[in-house]
Ligand binder design. Structure first.
Ligand SMILES: [Zn+2]
Length: 187
């Protein structure tokens, strides 16, 4: 699943959780639902690391929450704690949405199942995957979902523009990586 798929499904779940009375900072959690890939994919392309790395580990987000809790208590800033668990919640949704193969549990629960991480099938699977119509459809559905949630939340024009900005930035980044590592093929 790519950015728009993640952001769409996560928007729906976060919106639901908030309606159930769970206090989160919605934009932070929504943005964080893309963070695991924002962190790990560039590391993969540039440094040959596994495609799911620190951003896809529960440990990382536990540390974020603990740091947030620590700062909140020491500096009497309860908002920092809410920020930190909103970040962790978004990332956790991403990790759950990514799940399709039990082998990924090694990464998600690292280091419970051993120190080594499962190796990636292909270093550029993430970049090449977009050619798969299945993913293209998911991306369309994701975009539609986040727009519907935005409308239900009564988003103003500025909020939609901000979302559009993030999506444009992502696609520029994605296509740049694509151009560098896969090459632009003109037939
Ligand atoms: Zn991911």
């Amino acid at each position: 699943m790519y950015l728009q798929g993640h952001i769409g499904v996560s928007a729906l779940i976060l919106h639901f959780l908030e309606k159930k009375g769970i206090k989160i900072i919605f934009p932070v959690a929504l943005f964080s639902s893309m963070l695991p890939d924002f962190i790990d994919k560039p590391l993969e392309f540039l440094f040959l690391l596994p495609g799911r790395f620190v951003g896809h580990m529960i440990l990382t987000w536990l540390i974020v929450v603990m740091l947030g809790k620590g700062i909140a208590t020491r500096m009497n800033r309860p908002d920092v704690f809410i920020y930190s668990y909103s970040l962790a919640l978004g990332a956790m949704l991403h990790i759950i949405e990514d799940f399709r193969d039990p082998i990924l549990l090694r990464t998600v629960f690292w280091p419970l199942f051993g120190w080594s991480l499962p190796s990636q099938n292909g270093r550029f699977d993430f970049l090449l995957g977009l050619k798969d119509p299945y993913y293209a459809v998911l991306e369309g559905i994701g975009l539609a979902l986040v727009f519907l949630v935005g409308i239900d939340r009564g988003w103003e024009k500025e909020e939609f523009i901000k979302l559009g900005g993030i999506l444009v930035a992502y696609w520029i980044l994605y296509l740049s990586f694509y151009a560098i590592f896969i090459g632009i093929q003109i037939n």
